[in-house]
Design a protein around this ligand. Structure first.
Ligand SMILES: C[S@@+](CC[C@H](N)C(=O)[O-])C[C@H]1O[C@@H](n2cnc3c(N)ncnc32)[C@H](O)[C@@H]1O
Length: 283
C-alpha cells in the first residue's frame, strides 16, 4: 500500500528525516548488529501461530523478510512503518529477495488494519515511539486474530545500556545544544519500566503478558565505530549540522570514550532489553 509518509508528530518527522536517513545508510551494519534479536523473533514465530505476521516499525525490513522467508508459501509477513525512506529500502530488498512480504507506510497507532487479520505481531525495537501507546496496542489488538501472539523486543533503561549513551556523555561538554534524553517521552528508552509496559498491554486488551529481561551480546567491527557514532543517536544527528572543527574534536573525544568496548578489531557490548510477549484472547 503506497501512501504518503505521515509527518504529523515529532517521531514521524524524525524517522522521515535525519534518523530515517541514518538507518537507511547504516542498514547493513545495524542488521548485523541486531541480528541476534531478529533470530529470537524468527524463532518465536516458528513456534507460534504461523500464518499472517505483522512486523511493527519494520524499518528497512530485515526482520519482515526473515519472517517471510520462514513462513514461505504458507504465510505472509507485512511490515508497517512510518518512515517513507526506510520503507523504500525495505521494498527494494523485498524485490531482490522476493519472499512473501509486503509493506504499509502508516502510523501503526492509528492505521485502519483489517480487523482480525494477523496471527502473530512482532517488532524489533519498533514500538517505543507511539505518542499514545495504549491506543496503539489496542489498535494492534484489533488487527490480531483471537489467539494471536504479540512478541517484541524493547530496550531496558539507559543506565543498563551504557554503550548507547557513551557518545552523548562524552560529547556533551563540546555540544551545548545537544538535546537531553527525555526518558518518559516516546523514544529508545520509553519502555524501560516493565511495570508501565505491563499496564499499557493490559489496558489495551492483551492477556497473558510476559516480560523477561534478556542480555544480548552485540558486536561490530572497530573500523565501523566512527561511522556508527557519527550517524546514529543524538550525537550522530547533531553532527550533521556541526562545523568541521567541532565535529573533529567531538569524534576524537567520543572515540576515546568507547575504548572500554574495543577488543582489538571488535567492539563488544551487551544490550539490556525486554523480551515481551502477550496473547490475544476473546473477551
Ligand atoms: C529503532 S527503528 C527499528 C527498525 C527495525 N524494526 C529494525 O529493527 O531494523 C524504529 C522504527 O520504528 C518506526 N516507527 C516509529 N514510530 C512508528 C509508528 N508510530 N508507526 C510505525 N512505525 C513507527 C521508525 O520509522 C523506525 O523504522
Amino acid at each position: 500500500m503506497d501512501t504518503a509518509p505521515p509527518t504529523d508528530n515529532e517521531q514521524a518527522t524524525l524517522w522521515n528525516g535525519l534518523a530515517g536517513r541514518a538507518w537507511v545508510e547504516m542498514q547493513d551494519l545495524l542488521d548485523r548488529l541486531f541480528k541476534p534479536f531478529e533470530d529470537l523473533l524468527v524463532e518465536a514465530v516458528s513456534l507460534g501461530p504461523r500464518g499472517r505476521a505483522l512486523d511493527v516499525g519494520c524499518g528497512t525490513g530485515s526482520t519482515t523478510l526473515a519472517v517471510a522467508r520462514l513462513l514461505g508459501a504458507k504465510g505472509r509477513c507485512t511490515g508497517i512503518d512510518i518512515s517513507g525512506a526506510m520503507l523504500a529500502a525495505a521494498r527494494s530488498r523485498a524485490e531482490r529477495e522476493s519472499p512473501a512480504a509486503s509493506f504499509i507506510c502508516a502510523n501503526a497507532q492509528a492505521h485502519a488494519f483489517e480487523p482480525a487479520s494477523f496471527d502473530m505481531i512482532i517488532s524489533r525495537f519498533g514500538v517505543m515511539f507511539f505518542d499514545d501507546s495504549i491506543r496503539a496496542f489496542a489498535n494492534l489488538r484489533r488487527a490480531a486474530t483471537d489467539n494471536a501472539e504479540l512478541r517484541f523486543v524493547a530496550w531496558r533503561s539507559a543506565a543498563e545500556n551504557p554503550f548507547m549513551t557513551t557518545a552523548e556523555h562524552a560529547a556533551a561538554p563540546l555540544l551545548p545544544n545537544l538535546p537531553a534524553r527525555q526518558p518518559e517521552a516516546p523514544g529508545q528508552f520509553a519502555f524501560a519500566d516493565d511495570r508501565q509496559v505491563y499496564t499499557i498491554l493490559e489496558e489495551s486488551g492483551w492477556a497473558e503478558i510476559d516480560i523477561r529481561p534478556i542480555d544480548v551480546a552485540c558486536t561490530l567491527a572497530e573500523k565501523e565505530l566512527i561511522h556508527y557514532l557519527t550517524q546514529l543517536g543524538p550525537v550522530g544527528r547533531i553532527l550533521q549540522e556541526t562545523d568541521a572543527q567541532t565535529r573533529a574534536q567531538v569524534i576524537e573525544t567520543v572515540r576515546v570514550a568507547f575504548d572500554p568496548y574495543v577488543h582489538e578489531a571488535e567492539v563488544r557490548f551487551t544490550s539490556a532489553c525486554w523480551m515481551v510477549s502477550a496473547q490475544a484472547r476473546s473477551a
